[in-house]
Design a protein around this ligand. Structure first.
Ligand SMILES: [Zn+2]
Ligand SMILES: [Zn+2]
Length: 412
C-alpha cells in the first residue's frame, strides 16, 4: 500500500509529457481529454495520475464550470502554459459577460449543464465542425444555452452517438487516437448526421449570431446604446420564461411563430421530449432576439398583446439587472399600483363597519378593510375623499351659514 502511494506521488511530481496546443474557443475538458488520450489514458485515470489523487471524483464534476484556483495552478505548472490560457478555456472566463454568480457551484441558466433530463442528454456538438477540424476538439460555445445550432454549417447541435444512443461524455472516451470516438461503440462521431436548419428558420441562425457577437464584444447595441452583455443575457432568461406561452403566445411579426406552436403541440403528444427541446430552445432564443429588435416597439407590443403587467415581468425573479428594471418600467405601465376596481359601496361599507365597532375612521384604516394601498390606489383615494370630505364640507358650510344668519339676526 505504501509503495503504491509513493509511486503515485512520484508521477504527480512530473510534468505532462505531451502538451497539445489549445485550439480556438476550446473547452478545458476537451483540451484535458486530448492530453489524456496522447498519454494513452482516459481523462479520469490521467487526472488521478498527474493532477490529483482523487482524479475520479474530479472527473465526475463539471470541470469546465468548476472554479479551483489550485487546480488551475497545477495544470499551468505541469503544462508550462500560462494560467490565463487555462482559465480562458474554463467557462468561468465568461463570468461577468454571459452570467453573474457569487461562488455558485452549478452553472446558471445561460450555460447548459452536462446532462439535463428535460433538454439534453450529454455534451452537445456539431458533427460538421468536427469533420472540418484538423485537430478535432469541443468548443466552449457548444455549452451556451443560446447556441443550439451551428451558424457555419446550418445544422442543429446533437448530444449523443446516434448509433448506440450513448451520451457524449469526454471523461469516458477510451479510444486513444482522437477525441471523436463514441465511448461505448467506438463509432466516429463525425459520421453523425444532424438535422439541417431549414431556410425558413434562418431567422434563428441570425439570432444565434447576434448573441455570439454581443458576447464576444461584451456589449450589445440596443437603440444605438451600448448595453453590457451580461444584462442582456440575464434579461433574456426572464423574457424567455414569459415568452414560453405555447398556443396562447401572441407575437405578431415573429417569423417562426407557427412552427413554435406546432412544436409545443407535438411536445404534448410525445413521451420523449429530449430531441424536441433543442428545437424549442432554438425558437425561444429567436423570440428573445426578436424582442430586442426594433426596440422598444416589439417588446412593447409583446407586453400589450399578451396583457402582461409590470408584475408579470418582475415577480419571482431575484437579482434583476438594473437595465431590465429600467426598460420594463419605461415600457409597461405599473398597473399593479392601481389594482382592481373598487366601488363606492365597498368604501361606504368599510366606514360603517369601522364606526359600528367603534374604530377610528381614517384613510388608512378604511383601505385596510377594503384591501388596497391607502395612498397608491388612485380609485380608492378619490372615492374615500368624495365620501368623507364632501359631507365634512357640507357641515362646515351649514355651520357657517347658521353663523351668518345668527349675526344677521343680531344686527336687526
Ligand atoms: Zn459546425
Ligand atoms: Zn456509440
Amino acid at each position: 500500500m505504501a509503495k503504491q502511494k509513493r509511486n503515485r506521488n512520484w508521477i504527480q511530481e512530473h510534468f505532462f509529457l505531451i502538451i497539445p496546443k489549445p485550439q480556438k474557443d476550446e473547452l478545458l475538458s476537451s483540451w484535458l481529454t486530448r492530453m489524456a488520450l496522447v498519454h494513452r489514458r482516459t481523462l479520469t485515470v490521467f487526472l488521478s495520475l498527474f493532477v490529483k489523487h482523487e482524479g475520479s471524483s474530479l472527473s465526475r464534476r463539471d470541470i469546465d464550470f468548476m472554479f479551483d484556483d489550485k487546480l488551475f495552478d497545477t495544470i499551468a505548472a505541469k503544462s508550462g502554459l500560462d494560467k490565463k490560457e487555462i482559465l480562458n478555456m474554463s467557462l468561468r472566463s465568461e463570468e461577468g459577460y454571459l452570467y453573474r454568480c457569487n461562488d455558485c457551484l452549478y452553472p446558471p441558466n445561460q450555460i447548459r449543464k452536462l446532462v439535463d433530463k428535460r433538454s439534453h442528454f450529454g455534451l452537445m456538438f456539431c458533427p460538421r465542425c468536427l469533420v472540418e477540424d484538423k485537430i478535432p476538439y469541443f468548443r466552449k460555445k457548444w455549452r451556451y444555452a443560446f447556441y443550439n445550432a451551428c451558424p457555419k454549417h446550418m445544422v442543429f447541435l446533437t448530444d449523443r452517438c446516434w448509433s448506440c444512443y450513448e451520451r457524449i461524455k469526454l471523461t469516458k472516451i477510451k479510444y486513444f487516437d482522437e477525441i471523436i470516438y463514441c465511448s461505448k461503440c467506438s463509432r466516429d462521431l463525425r459520421l453523425t448526421t444532424s438535422l439541417k436548419v431549414l431556410s425558413s428558420h434562418h431567422y434563428g441562425i441570425k439570432a444565434i449570431q447576434w448573441f455570439e457577437k454581443g458576447l464576444e464584444r461584451g456589449y450589445f447595441l440596443i437603440n444605438n446604446q451600448k448595453i453590457n452583455s451580461v444584462f442582456i443575457f440575464e434579461s433574456c432568461i426572464r423574457l424567455q420564461h414569459l415568452l414560453d406561452r405555447r398556443e396562447k403566445l401572441i407575437l405578431d411579426g415573429f417569423p417562426m411563430l407557427d412552427d413554435y406552436k406546432k412544436l409545443c403541440e407535438r411536445e404534448q403528444n410525445y413521451h420523449s421530449k429530449k430531441s424536441l427541446s433543442a428545437h424549442k430552445n432554438f425558437y425561444l432564443t429567436s423570440m428573445a432576439y426578436y424582442l430586442f429588435q426594433n426596440y422598444p416597439n416589439n417588446l412593447k407590443k409583446f407586453a400589450e398583446n399578451n396583457k402582461l403587467t409590470y408584475r408579470d415581468f418582475m415577480h419571482g425573479f431575484k437579482n434583476l439587472p438594473f437595465w431590465y428594471i429600467k426598460t420594463i418600467e419605461a415600457i409597461v405601465p405599473m398597473q399593479n399600483k392601481t389594482g382592481r376596481e373598487i366601488s363606492e359601496s365597498e368604501v361606504v361599507g368599510a366606514i360603517k363597519y369601522l364606526q359600528s365597532i367603534g374604530e377610528k375612521v381614517t384613510q388608512e384604516s378604511v383601505a385596510a378593510i377594503v384591501g388596497c394601498h391607502f395612498t397608491v390606489h388612485k380609485g380608492f383615494v378619490r372615492l374615500y375623499k368624495n365620501i368623507t370630505i364632501f359631507p365634512k364640507l357640507m357641515l362646515i358650510i351649514v355651520f357657517l351659514f347658521k353663523k351668518v344668519c345668527q349675526t344677521m339676526d343680531l344686527l336687526y
